[in-house]
Every structure is written in C-alpha cells, then in structure tokens.
Write a protein that binds this ligand. Structure first.
Ligand code: HEM
Length: 162
C-alpha cells in the first residue's frame, strides 16, 4: 500500500505541475507530498501533545490551526473541534459531542450555508491546508476518487498545499 500511495502522489503532483503552467509563482515552490489522513492520524494533532501542530478538518480538508492556539489549544474554548473532522459542529455552531463528526446528514439549508461561509471565510482564509481526509480522496472501496480536486486558497498558490 505505501507504494500505491507514493504512486498516486506522484501522478497527482504531475497533473498539478502540468495544470499550473500558467500560474506565475514569485518564489520557488516546495513540492511536499499530499498528506492523506485517517481518523487515527488526525487524532494525534488534537493539541494535547507538547510541540505538535494542531490540525482540524472541515469538509474533509485538514487545516493547520496551530496559529489559532487561543481558540484550539488544550484549555481553549474550541479544543473539542480539533484532531477530528468537525464539519457538523461548524455547520451548527455546536460543541455538543454528537455533532463532533464529518457527517452532514439532515443539516438544514441554513446550516449548510453557514458551513460554506465559515469554511471559506475563516478556515480557508486563515489556515494553511495540510492534507485531506481519506473520505475525500478515496472511494468507499479504497480506490482513488477521480473527482478529487484540491482546494484553492486565496493566500496560497495551489502548489504550496503539497
Ligand atoms: C456563547 C457562545 C459563543 C461566543 C460568545 C463565541 C465567541 C466567539 C468569538 C469572540 C470568536 C472570535 C472571533 C474573532 O476574533 O475572529 C469566535 C470564533 C469562533 N467560534 Fe465562537 N463563540 C461562541 C460559541 C461557539 C460555538 C458553540 C462554536 C461551535 C463550533 C463556535 C465556533 C467558533 C469558531 C469555529 C470560531 C473561529 C475560530 C477561528 O478563527 O479559528 N463558537 N467565537
């Protein structure tokens, strides 16, 4: 499986390289590999380990929220949201343990709109993307999701994400 992961990473990097021809970069891009997260991987970045960055996923996109330590650190008000995909909690602005999940089943139109606005206006605007949850990159049978598209970030060039 590691070989498969390396292969799909190289293919993705090649596709990004080809499609990035027209982007004028002001600096030399660093080609970091795509990081795919399982739930267990993400749990390690819940702010409880000294010296580790703090990560949180929204809509299957993993953000490095370390610079928001005052929100997400160990004794901070939103620590429950980190180390996991908290899409539902963000959509509902809820810290109820049952909302600390990626599952969006049954959310109202208003909650889905609120999710989009916090996803773009806060997370994408403020925090760098460090990877994607496996649910977003792979199909249920483990094969690569051909529709996967990395997110654009306003203040990052697309190749900075990898
Ligand atoms: C009494 C209730 C609450 C108050 C008074 C409150 C207050 C605040 C304040 C002052 C900010 C900072 C805004 C800024 O400076 O950018 C903030 C950000 C935020 N709040 Fe709340 N909040 C409350 C409840 C909640 C709940 C229940 C959630 C559940 C998800 C939540 C999620 C967030 C998020 C995700 C941010 C953005 C943090 C970031 O910038 O990374 N809040 N809130």
């Amino acid at each position: 499986m590691p070989a498969l992961k390396v292969c799909s990473t190289l293919v993705l990097l090649y596709v990004l390289y080809c499609s990035a021809d027209e982007i004028k970069l002001k600096h030399k891009p660093t080609l970091k590999p795509v990081r795919l997260f399982t739930d267990e991987d993400l749990e390690k970045y819940n702010g409880h380990q000294e010296g580790q960055p703090i990560y949180m996923a929204v809509k299957g996109v993993v953000f490095d929220v370390t610079k928001g330590k005052e929100f997400y650190g160990i004794d901070a008000p939103y620590n429950a949201l980190v180390g996991r995909d908290s899409t539902r909690a963000v959509a509902k602005m809820s810290l109820d343990p049952e909302d600390l999940t990626h599952d969006t089943t049954g959310l109202t139109e208003e909650q889905l709109q609120s999710l989009e606005s916090v996803f773009s206006g806060t997370y994408k605007a403020k925090y760098p993307i460090v990877g994607y949850m496996y649910r977003r990159i792979l199909n249920e049978d483990g094969s690569p999701n051909k529709d996967f598209q990395p997110e654009d970030q306003p203040q990052f060039s697309i190749r900075d994400e990898f």
